[in-house]
Design a protein around this ligand. Sequence first.
Ligand SMILES: Cc1cc2nc3c(=O)[nH]c(=O)nc-3n(C[C@H](O)[C@H](O)[C@H](O)COP(=O)(O)OP(=O)(O)OC[C@H]3O[C@@H](n4cnc5c(N)ncnc54)[C@H](O)[C@@H]3O)c2cc1C
Length: 400
Amino acid sequence: MSERIGIIGGGIVGIALARALVRRGLGEVTVFEKEGRLAAHQTGHNSGVVHAGLYYKPGSLKAQLCVAGRDAIRDFCQEKGLPYREVGKLVVAVDESELAALADIEQRARANGVPDLVRIDDAAHLRSLEPHVAGVAAVHSPHTAVVDYAAITDAMADDVRAAGGAILLGEEVVAMQLEGAAVRVRTQLSEHVFDRVIACAGLHSDVVARLVGADPSPKILPFRGEYWSLNPDRNGLVTGMIYPVPDPRFPFLGVHFTRGVYDDIHVGPNAVPALAREGYRWLTVSPKDTWDSLRWPGAGALAKQHWRMGVDEISGSLLKPLYYRKARRFIPELRMSDLTAKTAAGVRAQAWGRDGALLDDFDVDQVGPVTLLRNAPSPAATSSMAIADYVIDRYVYAQA
Ligand SMILES: Cc1cc2nc3c(=O)[nH]c(=O)nc-3n(C[C@H](O)[C@H](O)[C@H](O)COP(=O)(O)OP(=O)(O)OC[C@H]3O[C@@H](n4cnc5c(N)ncnc54)[C@H](O)[C@@H]3O)c2cc1C
């Protein structure tokens, strides 16, 4: 008899897993998504970048799966006729103080096999790629691309349905019970029994993990990233992507300029604590989510380590001139009026341990027949198809 497999979460990771399972003929797949559409959270609210693998610690899951995943996403877009644009990325050191960190990024990028990486040490070369940028050095990744991850998720979902998989929208998994070797799954509308379940619940991954009695750690700390748009008549200021040299103490990449797949230019995202798991605005507050974060054992340690960065990010979110000042470091010609109102935001599901440390790498956990993705932040959209293969081979069918 064919295996019955349940998947919780209709973001790009859950749908990539469903597609890989049905294509490999591994079982009858049912996906549960609590919203009325796919890609409703992180997958539909991100920068749309197909990362080439510059930043990640060599040998880490992020490094391995980003490199494999970017090629798979490129091939999938080609196969389905979806937009995939290699607009290229510059990581720019604005002054000498950033050169050491830039050298680290270059070293990591080379170790990770980022193709055709170029080190740039003179302003003329820099300006031949981005005529309006200011900086003393940079690394250029010409194959870093932009895509529409929501469209990719929908196209993968079409493949799942065509192969007989079921995708149930508007069904939130509210309970799971282990029954011998099987798992009973309950949503607010229906009840099912599966041989295996894989949870890819993004911002709710710790909540879903607790349904099967998994360790509450790592918990999810929601970090909102807010974007400003560049006025279309100033789109000429940016050719591809312009990124800062990231702060190695923090798992986010810093405010950057990205030419999106539809030629819109966005500036961001910043990283501010969200006051609800799906808190896309300051005014969306969940007292429970906020209280749960504040009383988490690692809260004090995190606050102690990152309070300065936190104050800086929050003030930049509330006061446009401060956000503008960060962006202008890279493009001195930028005027404050070039940034239109905040147009979009996404909330990152960042896993956070009891000790207050933010988990850097992807993280997977297993409780009997239930496999739990506990940390799948950026570059998990880029890596989604490779994460799917990895999870199936290493966890779901490791013993098969
Ligand atoms: C601001 C921002 C910028 C980013 N930029 C990039 C980028 O440029 N490139 C990149 O590679 N990555 C980027 N990322 C990261 C990337 O978006 C995520 O890593 C990726 O989308 C994770 O996919 P997912 O399927 O795990 O999660 P999600 O897309 O969040 O999907 C999880 C789904 O699970 C559903 N769910 C939760 N609980 C339940 C339940 N109980 N029952 C049923 N359904 C449930 C949710 O509704 C949701 O749809 C960015 C993220 C953010 C927030």
